[in-house]
Design a protein around this ligand. Structure first.
Ligand code: HEC
Length: 156
């Protein structure tokens, strides 16, 4: 009698355990589903930012390149950009941390396309009332300027 009771109790516990496992999986599946839906919504809602250059890789810091970039900056950018203050254009001392490398490369190499399509650049034009002209840098020169801006932002 006593053992029979124990067996029943045991079975009850087993069933409860089974339910818990099923419930766990149900919540897991529903949870994943909701996560998927919300991700999808986010992707549709937030427009992928327009960029001209994609896939710029950040490699080990190259001081020689940064030095080259510093010279190019003095010649072709300093007329409009300072590092810490607004000038004709926005300050660039911290831009390496503030924006993506592809954004910076795009802005240097094709400011005309950026001004037409990139929402951040459009907002900057409104603020500064000047459109950045294309400085006709090569891709390699732009990478050097990027390294210079990296040195400024990271205090190298
Ligand atoms: C004739 C002035 C002028 C020159 C020269 C110039 N810029 Fe600009 N730059 C601007 C202005 C104005 C903006 C903001 C409006 C826009 O993007 O057109 C800007 C925007 C930028 C931005 C975006 C900043 C941010 O906060 O998102 C970067 C990066 C930039 N310039 C880099 C450069 C570099 C590097 C050079 C040199 C190769 C350069 N600029 C030369 C005027 C200039």
């Amino acid at each position: 009698m006593k053992t029979e009771f124990n067996q029943k109790k045991q079975r009850k516990i087993n069933i409860k355990g089974g339910h818990a496992v099923i419930l766990f999986f149900a919540f897991f599946i529903i949870g994943s589903f909701l996560a998927l839906i919300s991700c999808g919504e986010q992707k549709e809602g937030v427009k992928e930012e327009f960029l001209v250059i994609k896939g710029t890789k950040i490699e080990e810091f190259n001081p020689e390149r940064a030095e080259k970039g510093s010279k190019i900056f003095a010649e072709k950018c300093a007329a409009c950009h300072k590092y810490d203050e607004k000038f004709v254009g926005p300050p660039l001392g911290n831009v390496f941390k503030k924006r993506s490398v592809d954004y910076i490369m795009s802005q240097i190499l094709d400011p005309e396309k950026m001004i037409k399509n990139n929402d951040t650049t459009k907002a900057l034009l409104k603020q500064y009332m000047t459109q950045m002209p294309n400085q006709h840098l090569s891709h390699d020169e732009a990478l050097s300027v990027l390294e210079h801006l990296r040195a400024k932002a990271e205090g190298k």
